[in-house]
Design a protein around this ligand. Sequence first.
Ligand code: HEC
Ligand code: HEC
Length: 284
Amino acid sequence: MARDKGVLRLTNPWPRFAWLAGAAIVGISLALGFLVLDRYQQNDPPLGLWGAICWGLGITADLGPAREAAPTLRTPSRIAWTSSTLGQIRAGDAQHGSFIALNCTACHGEGGMSQSTFIPTLTGMDPAVIFKQLDDYRSGKRPWGVMGAIAKALSIRDSADVAAYYAARPNGLAAIAHEGSLRGESRSKESDSARHLAFMGDEQRGIPPCTACHGPHGYKIGAPPLAGQHAAYIERQLAAFAQRLRQNDINEQMRTIAMQLTPSEMHALAAFYGAPESSRVANK
Ligand code: HEC
Ligand code: HEC
């Protein structure tokens, strides 16, 4: 027995070998995990050494001060409504889209019915709108950090699939728009002026009626449904168009219109179109 222990302690090389091998594995993993692998980003240029270490630790490199207002875009979107784009959208597979949508539920809600006033409801939205907005986030034409990263992780095919899925969900924006249940029954001066802008526009300021493009009277391809969308979201988008923070509208139609609206008109229009909270609960 005593002799065995001596052998173990003095001449058996394995424990030392095991320690060295363990240390080497930890060292290689640290180098791979913090220095090598996370340098290479899927759609962005490789990070520097320090950026890679921060990224590996879960601290994003994007902690700098807010950027200045973006300069005017020369082309507002990569999407044009060509027959090949429309074909891509039509080919969307809602079944596969339902799996992709699992990544969206945390923010956009179950089936796309968003519970947060600043996150748009996607349920029943036209697939062309979803497809275009995803591509605009992907290309940075519509800047919004989180959605940009999410859209970059989706292929064109995935975008068409998830668009088909949300468009086919029942009881969403499309249903609300067709019920014609626009608010504004509570007749106040503001809601009257919003109703007038929505249905008649304002000729003097060159504002066409919203309904000509957003329904129910007419639909322009790519114009999202407004009836049933969250009021706070609508108001913020109008302000973003007016301040040119959002520039992804082809032909500048929304920027031109929003710049003509006063803040109180934006507020009244958002309240007019925005979903009444009661219908939101009923639709859950
Ligand atoms: C971390 C929260 C979050 C997640 C996850 C998320 N979104 Fe979004 N999404 C937002 C926010 C916030 C906006 C509004 C941003 C803005 O104002 O531009 C938005 C906007 C959108 C829009 C624009 C809608 C419109 O009316 O113009 C689409 C389309 C969209 N998201 C699709 C998706 C899809 C598809 C997924 C899943 C693959 C997803 N989002 C996952 C937060 C999220
Ligand atoms: C000439 C057609 C046209 C008219 C008129 C029009 N819009 Fe739009 N609107 C669009 C299009 C197209 C888009 C989508 C822009 C894009 O591609 O991002 C849009 C986008 C919007 C959005 C963003 C919605 C979202 O889900 O992100 C809001 C809000 C909006 N319009 C409100 C209005 C209001 C309110 C009026 C009336 C005062 C109006 N629009 C009149 C065509 C129009």
